[in-house]
Write a protein that binds this ligand. Structure first.
Ligand code: MN
Length: 468
């Protein structure tokens, strides 16, 4: 299936398509924004999308787990896996400039006086030992103070007061680079936090910074995914323009001269991140649609699934450039779509032998956080864990086919890492070229079960052995 030239990725289209496909669980009962909503999200992580209609005393509903599973993604895009990947390829290869319109639905309601984020928005407390309530589904938009290029990325914001939050800027993140540039100029960095955005921007903002580099504009990547420009509306109190149909926008600035203790927070590693210094955001305005939806993203499978499709596409491009025999890659959800990759190659001649191992190094070079890579022949379905384990069981020899690179760079949260360094593991589970004929899996007759008269369960036992 090929992707159509224009894709409708509007947030509300996504909600309606999920609902129509039976993939949106509507929760009518009143639920508590303290722990209860996150508990329900965790129960459904990697599954159904959720729509909490009544959260505490808030008038605003909460949407979560939007594209947390392949079934949700396929319902939102109305496409199969390969067409979705096609959209991601287009986003990376053909970014489009957005257009600015005079006004957007995101500003039907504008609050600039007496701003109180916690009173206005159903911000959640996710886990009992979290340092406070966190905005987790917010895409932070900012402009590079030197180049003028936009950046859009996910960052957690911890509520500190009515118009104050902390913002987490991890090692090497682009927003951190922009903030340091602003600090050198002695100026605050203006930002807009977007909640409930066009799905194309969810993916662009979740993409790996190594493959959508600092000089690439995520708003243009998102527009490229859609196949037509995003419409942007100018903000009220900051010099930025935001996607006009965004549900909720928090306008403000990261201050150059204040740090606070941020955390702990139940992070995607399923453990609490520690407490550490973080910059402070001064909130200047909250704007929203007349009947907005608040968006929250649990730090779990959902966050990983946002990265999956776009990073698979950029990984494939980067690895193939170095090693053309690579056919496909899978960033597996249990590896957070970040730490584990399964890679399929097709060796065409004895001269290709060994290239499967180069592919392991190309993968490590393309993604800093990748720690474990398994390479298999392309008769293995890399999206099926049973098939991958089969390859490990009969095609892999731990004495010869294990490649260990000590003390390379990884993600600094990884428990076993020492200041972000750990061993990388490559597993070569391919069959040597000259043995491929002997190891070809036995083909059986292809059958079409639709051609047979069958039955099961109670009712129709025809053979005497099944009666009585
Ligand atoms: Mn970026």
């Amino acid at each position: 299936m090929d992707a159509p030239s224009i894709v409708d990725t509007r947030f509300r289209t996504a909600l309606r398509r999920l609902d129509a496909a039976g993939r949106l669980l509507r929760i009518h009962s009143r639920v508590d924004p303290v722990l209860e909503v996150a508990g329900i999200m965790k129960r459904h992580d990697g599954g159904l999308a959720l729509f909490f209609e009544r959260v505490g005393e808030y008038a605003i509903p909460v949407c979560a787990n939007l594209v947390a599973s392949p079934a949700n993604v396929q319902a939102v895009f109305q496409m199969d896996h390969w067409a979705v990947r096609d959209c991601m390829r287009r986003a990376l290869e053909h970014p489009l400039k957005p257009v600015v319109v005079p006004k957007g639905a995101c500003q039907e309601v504008v609050i600039t006086a007496g701003v109180d984020v916690e009173r206005t928005l159903p911000v959640l407390l996710h886990a009992a030992k979290d340092g406070g309530k966190f905005i987790t589904g917010g895409i932070v938009l900012a402009r590079d103070p030197e180049s003028g290029v936009h950046n859009a990325s996910f960052h957690r914001l911890q509520l500190l007061g009515p118009d104050r939050t902390a913002i987490k800027l991890d090692f090497g993140r682009h927003l951190g680079v922009l903030y340091e540039k602003a600090c050198r100029q002695g100026r605050p960095l203006e930002i807009a936090v977007l909640l409930g955005v066009d799905v194309s921007l969810l993916y662009a903002a979740a993409s790996s910074g190594m493959n959508v580099p600092l000089d690439a504009d995520e708003l243009e990547v998102a527009s490229g995914l859609r196949g037509e420009p995003l419409e942007l509306a100018p903000c009220q109190t900051v010099d930025l323009s935001v996607p006009a149909e965004t549900e909720i926008v928090i306008e403000g600035a990261i201050l150059p001269d204040q740090m606070v203790e941020e955390g702990p927070f139940a992070e995607f590693f399923q453990i609490y991140s520690g407490v550490g210094p973080s910059p402070v955001v001064e909130v200047r305005a909250v704007t929203h649609r007349r009947d907005p939806v608040y968006y929250d993203a649990l730090a779990g499978v959902h966050g990983a699934m946002l990265r999956k499709y776009i990073d698979e596409e950029s990984a494939l491009k980067a690895i193939r450039r170095a090693v053309p025999i690579v056919q496909d890659v899978n960033l597996t959800p249990a590896g957070q779509c970040r730490f584990h990759m399964v890679l399929a190659v097709r060796k065409r001649s004895p001269a290709d032998e060994g290239l499967q191992r180069n592919a392991i190094f190309a993968a490590f070079a393309a993604f800093k956080d990748l720690d474990h890579v398994i390479v298999v022949d392309d008769d293995i379905d890399i999206h099926n864990p049973m098939d991958v384990e089969y390859a490990l069981s009969v095609r892999f020899d731990a004495g010869r086919d294990l490649i260990v690179v000590p003390d390379a760079k990884t993600h600094e949260y990884v428990r076993v890492s020492r200041q972000g360094q750990r061993a990388k593991l490559g597993v070569d589970a391919t069959v040597p070229f000259e043995e491929q004929e002997a190891y070809r899996r036995v083909p059986f007759l292809e059958v079409d079960m639709g051609r047979y008269e069958t039955s099961r369960g109670p009712g129709d036992p025809r053979h005497p052995a099944l009666k009585g």
